[in-house]
Design a protein around this ligand. Structure first.
Ligand code: ADP
Length: 652
């Protein structure tokens, strides 16, 4: 603390203040002044007493100058130099250099001050060294701990990743025996049984289904965590998907005496681009929860459109119920995996606490959000918002399964099925189901085997049941090859996919399959799918037996009959090469949006020309572009080019 009235200067660096006077000069000046004053007194005294002597005055002047010089030298040596050294020392300390100063042996306070200063430097240096050592020790420890933590984290992450990958890869292996178990249970339950045997088997069946649901949840979550979950972007009808989903819960709702509604806002879109299976999975999970936690009242799924600046921006899917509701404290946690809001309630209803965690991730993977509003005793509303990608009508229509080829013998001889399935258990299950119906079955163990069998006796089969995931040649690729061959391009193919619940129904249809059933195969469903297809088949008028060229001719004739001007065709044919080139470039550069736009133009032009073959081909290109399947688009482009060439040849 500074004493009151004390002036305090802060001298930074070596720069001295303007009024700085060294102590030695002050002391010398004072002494000289004192001597001058004494000398003046002596001279005045001499003048008064008339004894003034000039020589005496000069001698005294010299003595004063001499004494002043001596005193100045003395103060320089004794005061100024040691103080200057001290000052230098302080300056170096301020600059971070802790060096002792040179102390003059003046044997007084100044020497003591210098020694104290040096002592202080030594102590500061020692404590600094101590601090440095402590800091180094601490840094070492932190570094070590960080390394340990990082190592532990890497190990944990690798373990978690390995676990997720293992589970994701095991998916097929785990589901296959489950499918065998469930399929065989269905087959046995479909035969005459004693009542108690039926009851026991039904318990086994319910347990197996519960286990399958749990397995599917765990596998889905692992797939998401292992980064292996793919979200598709394909055109689909969101209203139909949700309506189907709500319908599939009707039986459960009726059983619980709960009203189940499906409401569609008039502004809600119908055709959108997205992943229909994931959207269905999310809706199914919310509906399943709503029905599970509601004992009376109603459950409602509402589809609405979301607008931003009066332009459509998204869709909202909200599932409301009049059920138990959720405690506000638990609201945030229910989206965590393995978390359930109320243990006692959940024990009553069952569940794993995975459904909402999976739904949330699926929603986020599609760029959307999920939100819940709930009051205990007053029900809950789970709302999902998803970005909206509209799609024009014809593309979605082109997703409709192909019309199978006509079959005259369908009603006479037994249905002959080619079953393409690599797994022995699944083969046995499907064979057992179909034999009961009196079908004949031939089995191919993979895609290549199936193609060989088709080559050998392709005309004999009425329908193909195609597993999707197979070694050598998978179901999708096999179907594409079959569809390219004109002999079988209308042969009905039904996909049997374990993915159907969690995967790619649309991809199967896109590859050219007519329908699909999900595994575990339910006998009644499989038979009804086959029968429906065969029925459709026998009622479909056989297509005119035309070659690709003939079809072009038929198109041409239609064009002339319809009175369309030849100019239209001429313009179309003139522009076609450029359009084709443009589309090829877009497909090669994987530019989906350009390719879609171009294919749409061709499809519209083909419509105007009444050329169904070209129109369908352009739509397939558009579809391939939308799902970013560019190799398929390039293949279709080749077909389009040939079609246009044929049309050009006819136009000459
Ligand atoms: P699970 O239903 O298998 O337990 P979920 O992740 O689907 O797992 O749901 C987590 C928890 O959220 C449920 O256990 C339940 O406590 C609560 N919950 C979800 N939906 C509802 C609902 N509609 N009404 C009341 N509680 C719900």
């Amino acid at each position: 603390m500074l004493a009151r009235g004390t002036r305090h200067h802060s001298y930074v660096g070596e720069t001295k203040p303007a009024k700085f006077r060294s102590l030695s000069s002050k002391f010398s000046r004072f002494t000289v002044l004192l001597f001058c004053w004494v000398m003046m007194l002596i001279i005045l005294w001499d003048v008064r007493s008339h004894t003034f002597d000039i020589a005496k005055a000069v001698t005294m002047g010299l003595i004063v100058a001499l004494v002043g010089g001596v005193i100045s030298r003395f103060t320089m040596g004794a005061l100024a130099r040691p103080l200057a050294l001290l000052q230098q020392g302080i300056t170096s300390v301020r600059e971070g250099k802790f060096e002792p100063i040179q102390v003059s042996a003046t044997h007084d306070e100044i020497e003591y001050l210098g020694e104290s200063f040096n002592q202080m430097i030594v102590e500061i240096k020692a404590s600094q060294e101590e601090v440095r050592q402590h800091r180094e020790l601490l840094e070492d420890r932190i570094r070590q701990r960080t390394e340990d933590l990082e190592k532990a984290m890497r190990t944990a992450l690798a373990a978690s990743q390995a676990k997720s990958e293992f589970l994701a890869n095991m998916s097929h292996e785990l589901r296959t025996p489950m499918n065998g178990l469930l399929g065989m249970l269905e087959v046995v339950l479909d035969s005459p049984l004693a009542t108690d045997q039926r009851d026991e088997l039904e318990i086994a069946q319910r347990s197996a289904y519960a286990l399958l649901a749990l397995l599917n949840d765990i596998l889905d979550l692992s797939k998401i965590e292992a980064g292996k979950m793919m979200i598709e972007a394909i055109p689909y009808d969101v209203r139909t998907v949700l309506e189907d989903c709500v319908k599939s819960f009707q039986a459960r709702a009726t059983q619980k005496k709960i009203a189940l509604h499906f409401e569609v806002d008039p502004q809600a879109p119908s055709k959108v681009i997205g992943d229909p299976l994931r959207v269905r999975q999310i809706a199914a999970n919310l509906l399943s929860n709503a029905l599970k936690f509601t004992d009376r009242g109603w459950v409602c799924l509402r589809l609405a459109g979301i607008a931003e600046d009066s332009r459509p921006a998204g869709i909202s899917i909200a599932v409301s119920d009049t059920g138990a509701g959720i405690d506000p404290d638990k609201l945030a946690a229910i989206f965590e995996k393995f978390t359930q809001a109320d243990g006692s309630i959940t024990r009553k209803y069952g569940g794993t606490g995975l459904g909402l965690a999976i739904s949330k991730r699926l929603v986020e993977m599609q760029g959307g959000q999920i939100h819940v509003d709930s009051k205990v005793g007053n029900g809950s509303t789970f709302s999902v918002t998803l970005p909206w990608s509209p799609v024009s009508e014809p593309i979605a229509l082109s997703l409709a399964p192909r019309t199978p080829q006509s079959l005259e013998s369908a009603s006479h001889s037994p249905v002959y099925v080619l079953l393409v399935e690599d797994n022995l258990i699944n083969q046995k299950v499907v064979q057992a189901i179909l034999r009961k119906k009196g079908y004949r079955i031939d089995v191919a163990n993979d895609g290549r085997d199936a193609l060989a069998k088709l080559e050998a006796q392709g005309d004999a089969y009425n329908i193909v049941l195609m597993d999707v995931q197979m070694p050598v040649l998978d179901g999708l690729e096999t179907t594409r090859i079959i569809r390219k061959d004109r002999r079988w391009d209308r042969l009905p193919i039904v996909a049997m996919t374990a993915h159907a619940m969690n995967g790619d129904r649309e991809r199967c249809l896109q590859a050219g399959m007519n329908s699909y059933v999900s595994k575990p195969v339910q006998p009644a469903h499989l038979v009804s799918v086959i029968e429906n297809l065969l029925n459709e088949w026998s009622h479909t008028p056989p297509p005119p037996p035309v070659t690709e060229l003939d079809r072009g001719l038929a198109d041409r004739l239609m064009l002339e009959e319809s009175g369309m001007a030849n100019d239209l065709l001429e313009v179309f044919l003139q522009l076609a090469p450029e359009r084709l080139q443009f589309m090829e470039a877009a497909a090669s550069a994987s530019d989906g949006s350009k390719l879609t736009a171009e294919a749409r133009k061709i499809a519209d032009a083909a419509d105007q020309l009444a050329s169904r073959a070209l129109g369908e081909c352009a739509q397939r290109i558009e579809l391939a572009a939308l799902s970013r399947d560019f190799p398929a688009a390039l293949q279709e482009l080749e077909t389009l080019r040939r079609g246009i060439q044929e049309l050009a040849a006819l136009a000459v």
